[in-house]
Design a protein around this ligand. Structure first.
Ligand code: MV4
Length: 455
């Protein structure tokens, strides 16, 4: 096992990784920017090294600075958390050449999944259901038109270097294709330095459902089931749950089985998430794979009792899945996570500043992942996620009641947060009935605006 791990992240996920290391008896090194000097990861890690000024490019994204800290502290491995360098294949490669274990998949696999069109082709070849679409990059507008006629309108153009919704265009008719093709291409070229596009059949009103997998370095892959992630706004998830009310045990086993075989074939290792769109016929279609631990991993942990971050570390240290899991995966109950962001409730703009009062809820079935504390300061430079409130209940009904009371008992003063928004979502009859798709929040906000202007 590793003796010392550097945590190449900040905030709640850095603290989450430190928790896992402490339980495994591994020493930790926090790296921090000047803005995070008084943060809890710095306080709870065994060592802490300042790696630069607040700006991301000069600190948490500065690969030479991160590697220097790792070498000075003489760590065995680096855990990248999510975001930042977590899906940077070049960083994983630099770790490898510096004889530091990168806790994640091999760089080649990270690179493959980062090129969305190649990931799609690889998953198709390995037997995962994908949407009808182009075989490879579309070379020209003319070729785009040919594919669209074959697939049938509406279609969606996506950037191969994209993900997270940037560089996408929905095309509903032949006349619209040339203009939208050029627009998507130049947006992708500007945003990613690569204008390559591919095409898929467009799914109307999909649900966003993702599967969590773990793969060891000996060819064993397991599925931990799905998470329902349709409650999003502008491609930022707000609330996630496990299991999905729309996934039957048969579908879960079928897709889980396919994924295990396919990912073993691809040579995937460590934790991974496979994103699907669910159509109106409740069929799942692969769209993308994320090669990192995700923000919403706790909902899977709550229903499986598997510690995903500990599992990542053990796998990276060479452990066999048998020893990682110590028994079969059993799913019990229902979990919901609300992302508490520091942002203005109507404008959704970041709300940095000093937290004057902070009291997270507790009690049976409640978990709070956070690095926030009273009198602590939320710096303006980073992601606005300040806490994740996760509850587990014996069923979805109990999870809903538990989340409602936990939100009522969560005190954060001095900054704006998404807590009031979550309370309204939890009170919505469609949400409570499980009746929603990726368009839910837009409709919900429009509905609420109307109610508020009438009142
Ligand atoms: C789609 C789609 C409909 N059809 N692909 C948006 C983010 C990126 N990861 C994939 N996205 C979508 N891809 C096809 N073929 C609709 C979306 C989409 C979406 C997906 C998941 C969650 C929220 C979304 C919001 C708008 C559009």
């Amino acid at each position: 096992m590793f003796k010392k791990i550097l945590v190449a992240n900040r905030g709640e996920i850095a603290l989450r990784v430190i928790c896992a290391c402490k339980e495994l008896g591994i020493r930790t090194v926090a790296i921090y920017s000047e803005a995070d000097r008084h943060s809890l990861p710095v306080r709870f890690a065994d060592e802490a090294i300042c790696i630069g000024p607040p700006q991301l490019a000069l600190s948490y994204l500065n690969i030479p600075a991160v590697i220097s800290a790792a070498e000075i502290a003489n760590v065995d491995a680096i855990h990248p958390g999510y975001g930042l360098l977590s899906e940077n294949a070049n960083f994983a490669e630099v770790c490898e050449t510096s004889a530091i274990k990168f806790i994640g998949p091999r760089p080649e696999v990270t690179r493959l999944m980062g090129e969305k069109e190649k990931a799609r082709a690889a998953m198709k070849q390995a037997g995962v259901p994908i949407l009808p679409g182009s075989d490879g990059i579309i070379a020209s507008e003319g070729e785009g038109l040919e594919w669209a006629r074959q697939v049938g309108f509406p279609v969606i153009l996506k950037a191969s270097a994209g993900g997270g919704g940037r560089g996408m265009r929905i095309v509903r008719s032949e006349e619209d294709l040339p203009g939208l093709f050029r627009a998507a291409q130049s947006e992708a070229a500007g945003a990613f330095g690569n204008g390559d596009l591919y095409m898929e059949k467009y799914v109307e009103h999909p649900r966003h459902i993702e599967f969590q997998v773990l793969a060891d370095e000996h060819g064993n892959v397991v599925s931990l089931g799905e998470r329902e992630c349709s409650i999003q706004r502008r491609h930022q998830k707000l609330l996630e749950e496990a299991p999905s009310t729309q996934v039957t045990p048969e579908l879960r086993d079928e897709v889980g089985g396919i994924l295990c075989k396919s990912l073993a074939q691809i040579g995937y290792t460590n934790a991974g998430t496979i994103e699907f769109l669910m159509d109106r016929d409740r069929r799942l279609h692969f769209i993308e794979m994320n090669t990192r631990i995700q923000v919403e991993h706790p909902v899977t942990e709550m229903v499986t009792d598997v510690d995903l971050v500990k599992s990542q570390i053990m796998i990276a240290a060479g452990a066999n899945m048998r020893d990682v899991l110590q028994g079969p995966i059993v799913r019990r109950g229902h979990a919901i996570e609300c992302r508490i962001n520091a942002e203005h409730p109507e404008k959704f703009t970041p709300s940095a500043g000093k937290i004057t009062a902070f009291h997270p809820p507790g009690g049976t079935g409640v978990r709070v992942d956070t690095a926030a504390y009273a009198e602590g300061v939320i710096p303006p430079y980073y992601d606005s996620l300040i806490a994740k409130l996760i509850v587990r209940g014996k069923d979805r009904g109990e999870a809903l009641s538990r989340m409602t009371r936990a939100l009522e008992m969560f005190i954060v003063e001095g900054i704006y947060t998404t807590i009031p928004l979550h309370r309204k979502i939890l009170a919505d009859s469609d949400f409570r009935a499980g009746n929603f798709d990726t368009g839910f929040i837009e409709r919900f906000l429009a509905k609420n605006d109307k109610k508020e202007s009438a009142a």
